[in-house]
Design a protein around this ligand. Structure first.
Ligand SMILES: C[S@@+](CC[C@H](N)C(=O)[O-])C[C@H]1O[C@@H](n2cnc3c(N)ncnc32)[C@H](O)[C@@H]1O
Length: 200
């Protein structure tokens, strides 16, 4: 994937302007970025690239996935990035500044369990950060027609991870999607990341 240099300059602004620069940098760690490239590589294989995409990203954190999606081959009308942490809103808006200016991006502060959407793609790469009960509540609100992209991991030692899974099968059982378009895992030095793409 080729990244617009203007985006990279806004990424640097976002880090420079952050109160906690190290925390913002965490969203650019190799494992984080590779997981998102893996997501985009496989999402672009299962959706019709002629259809315009509207996307909601839950637990969107600092908006790095949104920025990478805007640089992908998907034709994107709009991305909304939802995160419960209010510090993410400003950072994600700077990281996606070009698209915010173009009227194609917004970051909002909300609990994903209380947010509804009508976009045709829904992404949650933060499944390990919410309890199984929250995960089920959130998923129950997602539209049946949407392509749903889920990621979790087996990095149990991180205290922010309240719902890791031990295997892809366990993750599939939790998600209980009726159609699975893609399901796989990727091994990183410290953990495995699991991904499922499908429909409810
Ligand atoms: C560390 S980040 C993202 C990690 C993940 N591996 C990724 O890159 O997508 C997890 C995010 O989930 C957010 N989060 C946790 N619970 C949430 C909720 N109920 N609603 C929305 N966002 C939530 C946190 O604020 C945090 O920004």
């Amino acid at each position: 994937m080729k990244i617009d240099i203007e985006d990279v300059l806004y990424w640097m602004d976002a880090i420079r302007n952050s109160e906690d620069r190290y925390r913002t940098l965490e969203s650019f760690w190799k494992g984080q970025v590779h997981s998102k490239i893996w997501l985009i590589d496989n999402l672009t294989k299962v959706v019709n690239l002629n259809d315009r995409a509207s996307i909601t990203i839950y637990g969107g954190w600092n908006g790095v996935l949104a920025s990478l999606l805007f640089n992908s081959s998907l034709e994107i009308d709009y991305i909304t990035s939802v995160d419960i942490d209010p510090t993410c809103e400003t950072i994600a808006t700077t990281i996606n500044k070009l698209y915010e200016i173009a009227g194609k991006f917004s970051a909002i502060t909300a609990d994903m369990c209380e947010h509804k959407t009508s976009t045709n793609i829904v992404i949650n790469t933060s499944c390990e950060h919410i309890t199984l009960e929250q995960f089920r509540t959130w998923l129950s609100h997602m539209p049946k027609y949407a392509t749903i992209v889920l990621q979790s991991n087996d990095y149990f030692v991180c205290k922010e991870h309240v719902n890791c899974v031990s295997s892809l099968d366990q993750f599939k059982d939790q998600a209980a999607l009726s159609t699975i378009l893609f399901a796989s895992e990727i091994q990183f030095p410290l953990y495995k990341r699991f991904m499922i793409i499908g429909k409810k």
